[in-house]
Each structure stands twice: as C-alpha cells, then as structure tokens.
Design a binder for this molecule. Structure first.
Ligand code: PMT
Length: 446
C-alpha cells in the first residue's frame, strides 16, 4: 500500500525521516511532499534517499530541467490518486489551519483537498500554540471531516517549555496509518514465538559449523506479527539485524540452546513459527584448544534434536505450529513430506537453490502448505512475504462452523460433492470466501 508523507515546517521535521522508516518497515511504499517551511529544517535529499523517489517541494516546476507542461501542474491530482493514505508529520499549527479552511496554496494543501484517501495529521508545536482555541477549533473541524488526529506527546519541547506538543513516536504514527488503511490487528491477543537465524555448532574455541541464514525472514515475521497486534518472543540465533522494537529477543547460539529456549517459552505461545535454520548435526567432540593443521581431519557428527518435532509433541490445545522447509530439489513434494512427518499445521517451503532469494537475501518466494492446500507466493521482499504468510496463518484460525458452511455452499451451488470439481464462493459477514480448485477448496473439507 502507498502512503504520502507530508512534512510541514516545524523543528520536528527532522523526525519525519524516522516516520518514513517506520512506515517502510511495515512494507508500505512511501513518498514525501514537503512544504517550503519544512525545507528550512531538513533537506529533500534526505527523503529522496530514504524513499528512492523524487520529493515534491512545490506546486510549480522548480528547476529549468523540470517540465512546465500541463502534466506537471496537475501532479497533485495524480499524487492524490496514487496515495492510499496521506499522513502529515509533523503537522504545524499553520498547516492545520490551512487544511481546516481549505486554503490550497502549495502542493500539500492542494493535495489534501484533492485526495479521497484517509488523512492523518500528527501535530507538533509549542504548547501554547497547541492549546490555543484557534488550533483546537481547527482540529475539531478536521476531526468532524474525518481527519484522524494523532495526538502529540507531552514532555520537554524544543522551545524549552513543558507540556503537550511533541510529535508522536514514529512507530505510533505508523500504527495509526496501518489502522487507517484497514490493516487490522488480527493477531491481537496472540503470543507468537518466532525462531530466526542460523545456529552455530562449535568445532573448537574459534571455529564453528554454521549456515547462511541471516535472520531476515524471521525478523520480518516478528515485525509483521507485532504490527498486527501480537506479543512477539523472538528466539534468534546469531544475526547482524536489529530486532523490531518492543519484541522480546532471546539470543541463542547452538541448536541445543535454541531447543531449551523454545521449549521453556512455548507454553506462553498461541502460535509458533520456526523459520530458523537449525543445525541438523553437531560435532561429536569439541576441541578445548584451537585445532592445529596436522593433516587430514575427520570429524564425526551427531544428529541434533529436532526442535520442531518436540514442539509438536508438547503442543497445547489451540496452539498453531508453523514450520519452514528449506529445500534445494522437489521443493513442494519434500515440503509436504516434512509437513506430514513433523505433524505441523502448516509449512512454508522455500526453494533455496535459486539465486537472489532465500538464504541471506532480501527477497523470498515460497509455498504455504497445509495437509491439503498449497498456496504459492511469488518472490517479494521478506517483510511483504511475512504478511502473506500471516494472512494464511490467521485463516487457519477460522472456526470449523464457517468451513462447514462454506463447504455446503460450495457443494449445493455446484451440484456435486466431488471436491475436485467444486468451484464456488460464499459471502459470510461481508467477506467472500472462494471455494474452488486451487483455492481454499481442500481446507473446507479438512
Ligand atoms: O534467515 P534468512 O537469511 O532470511 O533465510 C531464511 C531461511 C531460508 C533460513 C528461511 O526461509 C528457512 O527456510 N528456514 C528454515 C531453514 C531450515 O532449517 O529448514 P529445514 O528444512 O532444515 O528444517 C525444517 C524445519 O525444522 C524448520 O522449521 C527448522 O526450523 C526446524 N528444525 C530443523 C532442524 C532441527 N534440528 N530442529 C528444527 O526445529
């Protein structure tokens, strides 16, 4: 989804860079429009570098190279149509007044009038300006017109005063945007335990046996689950990544440490997702001292414990368990065999033999397998894939009664109970569920 960030001219304008990053972390495409005042506080170049897009700084062509054609002068209409949401952060008292009174004298104010997308404003200003009846009246007017106001925080302000007027935290603003976009908190109340990264097994005090997992997939899942309202416990093997803010990070190194961490925390979890690349073998002997090069070396390996299988054995009622499968051949068939062997609810199979996806890459593509379904996800950024996976996981929580209702609707509309020939859809509570070959047909008949 696409978000236009409007930056107006206050001291908090520099914080808009953090807002842009917070939105991007939610897999949103972001562009920026700046008022003239904002450009006194922060350079457009900062936002151009962050977003990879030209920053809009004026209603009119600004340079000789710029096209002064009709197309350029109606860009605000195109941008207004492009954006799924407009968020102004920081919103000064001046911009709030212009919005409230329909004063369209620059790109941002013109776009505000032209857009039909949800509009959010995150005010930041001096406490007296914030409390002034004119500002409050403008805010009231905007709220009545459907503009969402992200209340400022209280504290020490740049002007030296104390009180309300600080720009809300970037993550808070990003969450408000997600809500406005209708991205629901469909994991609210869930505790999600996620494993990430690649475990390491020591050979001697300085060497280890490892794998190429960067942790990107697991950390993306942690961020996505958190932004959908879940409490997240992230059990991570070594990774260079920063964990998402507010998730609980448990650092481990070896497969055994990961096992202990997972088993000791899994009773808290309503959903377990195992995206870590766990060593299948460890050396039978770890040298006390650094091994010397004295000729050929033979190392005996012993299998590690299968954590996922143990998690399935210890599962509590209602707990969903999702595994990953990293395959280099016959991905789907091997993934399905793994799903059945391990007894998980679903498995995310990725073909890790392909260039540029999978291990240590920013992109990944996968197939989400349950006992009876296969849903293909094309290559995409891991953060976007994380959301697609969670969409399917949330789908697994649908009540059986709904599935039965869907299956009877599918059967009666097709006049057959041969599942391979069913093709139907049913609308329940305003949501359309498709029951047909290649879709959720088989889930219905589980
Ligand atoms: O970290 P990235 O660089 O972003 O890369 C992401 C990834 C490629 C590592 C990820 O998408 C992935 O495929 N993770 C699973 C890797 C793996 O170990 O797959 P596997 O097929 O060997 O294991 C199957 C499942 O059993 C996995 O859920 C694994 O966590 C689990 N397992 C494996 C061995 C073991 N001893 N205990 C386990 O629980």
């Amino acid at each position: 989804m696409k978000v236009m960030v409007g930056v107006s001219g206050g001291i908090a304008a520099y914080k808009a860079a953090e807002v842009v990053r917070a939105l991007q972390r939610q897999a949103l495409e972001v562009r920026v429009v700046m008022t003239e005042g904002a450009q006194k506080f922060i350079q457009p170049l900062t936002f151009a570098a962050l977003t990879g897009h030209k920053v809009i700084t004026s209603l009119w062509p600004t340079g000789e190279s710029e096209d002064a054609s009709m197309d350029a002068s109606i860009e605000h209409i195109a941008e207004a149509q492009w954006a799924d949401a407009l968020v102004v952060a920081p919103a000064t008292a001046g911009i709030l007044a212009k919005f409230a009174h329909g004063m369209a004298d620059d790109f941002l104010t013109t776009m505000y009038l032209a857009t039909t997308a949800p509009v959010l404003v995150a005010p930041a200003m001096n406490v007296n300006m914030w409390e002034h009846p004119a500002t409050q009246a403008n805010l009231e007017l905007l709220k009545q017109r459907g503009v969402r106001v992200i209340e400022p925080g209280s504290g020490h302000l740049a002007c030296g005063m104390v009180g309300p007027g600080r720009l809300a935290e970037p993550e808070f603003i990003a969450n408000a945007v997600l809500n406005a976009l209708g991205r629901s908190h469909d994991l609210a109340g869930e505790t999600v335990l996620i494993t990430a990264g690649g475990t390491r097994e020591a050979l001697d005090p300085v060497r280890f046996l490892g794998n190429r997992s960067s942790g990107k997939m697991g950390y993306a899942l942690a961020e996505a689950a958190q932004s959908r309202g879940a409490k997240v416990i992230l059990i991570s093997a070594p990774s260079a990544l920063y964990p998402p803010a507010h998730c609980e990070l448990v650092k481990v190194t070896t497969a055994e440490e990961m096992r202990n961490a997972v088993l000791s925390r899994m009773t808290e979890a309503t959903l377990v997702i195992k995206s870590a690349a766990v060593a299948d073998y460890k050396p039978s002997f770890v040298a006390d001292q650094k091994l010397k090069r004295t000729g050929p070396l033979t190392i005996e390996f012993l299998p590690t414990e299968d954590i996922l299988a143990e998690v399935v054995r210890q599962r509590k009622p209602g707990q969903l368990i999702v595994g990953f499968a990293a395959e280099t051949e016959n991905a789907q068939a091997n993934g399905r065999a793994k799903l059945l062997r391990k007894g998980v609810d679903a498995i995310v199979v990725n073909d890790v033999s392909r260039e540029g996806v999978g291990f240590d890459a920013d992109l990944n593509g996968a197939t989400f397998l349950t006992a009876t379904t296969a849903i293909d996800f094309p290559d995409m950024p891991k953060r976007a894939l994380a959301d697609r996976i969670l969409d399917e996981v949330v789908g697994l929580r649908r009540p059986q009664s709904l599935l039965v209702e869907m299956s009877s609707a599918a059967m009666s509309s097709s006049g057959t109970n041969d599942v391979s020939r069913l093709e139907s859809s049913v609308e329940i509570d305003g949501e359309v569920f498709v029951a047909g070959p290649g879709s959720r047909r088989q889930i219905i008949f589980e």
